[in-house]
Design a protein around this ligand. Structure first.
Ligand code: HCA
Ligand code: CU
Length: 374
């Protein structure tokens, strides 16, 4: 398994714009692009210029910002759309077409042979334009694998830069994604991108196993925003990779994640979920006495992610009935109070008794410690 050489394609400005609450002005798009560029994502994917006149203009504006990240736009597999994409000055074009029977019957109505003809036409054109070219099959997981491989092998033979697997409906399991990407890895020489929706909660795991199976590029969006409940969240992917080896994500400016999550949450009018990876408000809180004691001794006992590496701090919750005397002692030390172990234990049992009848605050605990000190 080689996870070292992967790149993030952040699609907040494409898939993310498909989130129900998302409306980004040009100025906001530029801010988002700069934040993600500062964080260090390798690519930014932008809404198709064919979507609207403003989208067309915005692609050009972001492509011209001189960012470190490469800019991509995302188009349906049509020559006209591909031409619009090239006109904007982006570094690369992501082409997509549905290959599942669902999308072929109820969507564009094309056969696999027609898809292949169209793909060849569009890709051949793009290859003359000096842009990076990616071809992906929408709804890959519900497509016939033989169809998929025939399409991928055709575009690979043309020398395409990257092929994409898209779990458009979020149906794939980690095992299925691993097997599909692994099989594809044996068949094509191009880079492999994975785009996974989160309808059944596997988007982070699926992105991770895609990398283990040989994928080179992962699509993310900030907080995972996208169609329905979205795709692999940037922070979730980072947390997953960091947990395997912090060196994998050392190339990113991790302390910027909080600002990025907060910024997007604000723009789309949602709160960061309490249980969000890294930036959720309870992500680094510890409560039970046994956990808290161990955390005070050595944070790695109950923390796989070091909050300091993300510019964050842990919080140990003291004022509740699951508390323990080690944590109460720690609190006394924070307050500069010197108390004997017996006194600390007495305060602890006082806290537990009171906390049985009503919720306590840290102030309540502090008052008991001050009283014991006198
Ligand atoms: C879409 C579908 C898409 C494309 C993914 C890709 C999906 O909204 O156009 O280009 O790889 O989930 O299939 O986002
Ligand atoms: Cu998608």
């Amino acid at each position: 398994m080689s996870l070292e050489n992967f790149a993030i394609i952040d699609s907040t400005l494409r898939e993310g714009e498909q989130f129900v609450n998302a409306f980004f002005t040009t100025k906001e798009k530029v801010e988002i692009a700069r934040l993600l560029d500062d964080f260090g994502v390798e690519y930014l994917e932008l809404t198709s210029p064919a979507a609207s006149p403003q989208s067309h203009q915005d692609c050009g504006i972001i492509a011209d910002l001189g960012l470190r990240a490469k800019t991509l736009t995302h188009v349906r597999c049509h020559l006209d759309d591909a031409k619009h994409a090239v006109d904007t000055g982006v570094d690369g074009v992501d082409v997509v077409i549905g290959t599942s029977s669902h999308l072929r019957e109820f969507g564009h109505g094309k056969s696999i042979d027609q898809i292949i003809d169209l793909a060849q036409e569009v890709i051949a054109y793009l290859q003359t334009q000096g842009v990076e070219v990616r071809f992906s099959t929408e709804d890959s997981l519900r497509s016939d694998p033989e169809d998929l491989f025939r399409v991928y092998e055709t575009v690979d033979a043309m020398g395409i830069d990257r092929v994409g697997v898209a779990d458009t409906v979020g149906v794939g399991t980690p095992r299925q994604i691993y097997e599909l990407v692994y099989a594809l890895r044996q068949r094509v020489r191009a880079d492999i991108e994975f785009h996974g929706h989160n309808d059944s909660g596997c988007a982070v795991a699926n992105a991770f196993v895609a990398l283990e199976a040989g994928a080179t590029h992962i699509d993310t969006s900030v907080l995972g925003i996208g169609e329905r409940n979205g795709i692999t969240p940037l922070g979730g992917l980072v947390a997953r990779l960091y947990a395997s080896d912090p060196a994998l994500v050392a190339k990113y400016d991790l302390p910027r994640l909080l600002e990025i999550d907060q910024h997007i949450a604000h723009l789309v009018g949602v709160d960061i979920p309490f249980n969000n990876y890294i930036t959720g408000f309870s992500a680094f809180t510890h409560k039970a006495g046994i956990h808290a004691k161990a955390i005070l001794n050595h944070p790695s006992t109950y923390e796989i992610l070091r909050p300091e590496d993300f510019g964050l701090t842990r919080y140990i919750h003291v004022a509740h009935r699951l508390t323990g005397w080690n944590v109460i002692r720690h609190r006394a030390q924070q307050l500069g109070l010197v108390l004997a172990d017996e006194q600390i234990k007495q305060v602890t049992s006082q806290v537990k008794t009171l906390a049985d009848s009503h919720a306590l605050t840290l102030d309540d605990v502090d008052s008991m410690l001050y009283a014991a000190h006198q």
